[in-house]
Design a protein around this ligand. Structure first.
Ligand code: SAH
Ligand code: SF4
Ligand code: F3S
Length: 448
């Protein structure tokens, strides 16, 4: 294969969580600031950045098959950079195993991507998985002006919780909060560029702490209240939160901050205290349920969302049944569920009593059926409501525009294209419900 030279065009492909999507955008902006341009659809980019996820086994395998598929028909290939959490966890292994990878860059070092591109173009080794003391956010260029209705904004990164199954504390490092002023400035830039909704991101976003411009110490609720005062911003969301960091002030904010949407992703992982303990979750089923009660007191219509792992080592039928019961009791609006995947270097990978693949499959099927039933029930419970929908894309059929309800449901609005466009907020009557979307019609046009 011919070795790649100085790239002029690029494409960033992000996998995994929303923070990776955010990081991917930031890498793209940085390459653009260096004079590269994003390859159009169908065009062959000179540089491909695979922004990877390490959370489960298949995710890493996917990276290797993606690398293979980047080979072009004429035998040449683009310059290939592997970024993200697989890069952090397996940097040198990737360089060894995939000879066609030119650059490996970890999540805390991607501000050095332009230098690494120059090194790779000169034929030098370009690997950087440092966790530098100086934050990448101090050196990244300002946000680009591309109009995006709903934008992500990373406010916190890393995790100190060390759940026994999870790689994130190793790939993303210790919990770090971005400073207040940097967040407010970035939020303003996003709103100036057309964002109407901002989702604050963090691996444990509700662990965010900082000082406001007057030097007062603040938690995530303080930051949310400051953003609530930002003209032009219509909606605020945040994800992912840990049950143990749901401070009183944050719960209170759900009751009285108008722009804070009634949606909360609060993973519990399992319903059995024995398994929660083995997972090192440091909350119990009961403390989680009591927390939900307190949130529902201030915001009765809140849509709850969660993550679940089935087949954690030692999980018995009774343990699994406790998870099913919890799902029935909570009535989640939405939830993700995964088969346990042993990750190298995590304590759970060395535990006894691994659950067989067949049992995991069976449990996942049962759990997903229960979750979907809950999603349908939640969506049906919303029918008849007239609510604000923020349009963010065109629909599949003529005349349709699709947007999000306050409860993060996708709402397909009929006959919308004539008078509205993406970025508009409409009042919509919710009429039909499926597991993954709601159908509705325009009630009145809200002020844009
Ligand atoms: N910080 C977030 C979760 C980040 S990872 C939190 O604690 O809520 C996203 C989800 O992936 C987790 O909530 C968990 O359900 C799942 N997950 C993480 N490690 C896993 C593993 N080894 N096997 C299967 N699922 C896993
Ligand atoms: Fe992983 Fe647990 Fe940290 Fe979430 S809280 S990122 S599951 S270690
Ligand atoms: Fe995956 Fe890393 Fe996010 S492992 S889920 S990309 S923090």
């Amino acid at each position: 294969m011919t070795s790649p030279t100085n790239p002029k065009t690029f494409r960033v492909k992000s996998f995994g969580c929303q923070m990776n999507v955010y990081d991917g955008e930031r890498m793209g902006e940085m390459l653009a600031a260096q004079g590269l341009s994003e390859a159009g659809e169908g065009a062959e980019p000179d540089l491909v950045v695979l922004n990877t996820c390490h959370i489960r086994e298949k995710a890493a395998e996917k990276v290797y098959s993606d690398i293979g598929r980047l080979k072009r028909e004429d035998g040449s290939r683009p310059m290939i950079a592997v970024a993200g959490c697989v890069a952090q966890a397996e940097g040198s292994e990737i360089m060894r195993r995939a000879k066609t990878v030119d650059i490996v860059v970890g999540p805390q070092a991607y501000h050095r991507l332009p230098d690494l591109v120059a090194k790779a173009a000169a034929g030098e080794e370009a690997l950087d998985t440092d966790m530098p003391a100086r934050s990448k956010f101090d050196v990244l260029p300002g946000r680009s002006k591309s109009r995006r209705t709903s934008a992500f904004l990373t406010v916190q990164e890393g995790c100190d919780k060390f759940c026994t199954y999870c790689v994130v504390p190793y790939t993303r490092g210790a919990e770090v909060s971005r400073p207040w002023a940097a967040i407010i400035d970035e939020a303003k830039a996003l709103v100036d560029a057309g964002a109407r909704e901002i989702t604050l991101l963090g691996q444990n976003v509700n662990a965010w702490t900082g000082e406001d411009e007057a030097g007062r110490s603040q938690g995530l609720d303080g930051l949310i209240r400051a953003l609530d005062r930002l003209p032009g911003l219509a909606r605020i969301r945040y994800t992912t939160s840990h049950p143990n960091d749901m401070a009183d002030g944050l719960i209170a904010a759900h009751g009285d901050v108008e722009k804070l949407m009634p949606y909360l992703h609060l993973p519990v992982q399992a319903g059995s205290d024995r398994i929660l303990k083995a997972m090192n979750r440091s909350h119990t089923r009961d403390s989680y349920m009591r927390l939900l009660d307190r949130i529902r007191v201030v915001r009765p219509d809140i849509a709850l969302s969660g993550d679940f792992i089935v087949g954690f080592p030692g999980e018995t039928d009774e343990d699994f049944e406790a998870t099913m019961e919890l799902v029935r009791e909570v009535r989640y609006a939405h939830a993700f569920s995964f088969k346990y995947s042993p990750r190298p270097g995590t304590p759970a990978a060395d535990m006894d009593d691994h659950v067989s693949a067949a049992v995991m499959d069976e449990r996942l099927k049962l759990l997903q059926a229960e979750i979907i039933a809950g999603q349908v029930a939640f969506n049906q419970g919303c029918l008849g409501r007239v609510t604000q929908v923020l349009l963010d894309r065109v629909g599949r059929h003529p005349g349709q525009l699709v947007g999000k309800s306050p409860w993060l449901q996708s709402v397909v609005v009929e006959n919308a294209t004539a008078g509205s466009s993406i970025g508009d907020m409409l009042m919509v009557e919710l009429l039909t419900a499926g597991p993954n979307s709601i159908g509705g019609r325009i009630a009145t046009r809200a002020a844009a």
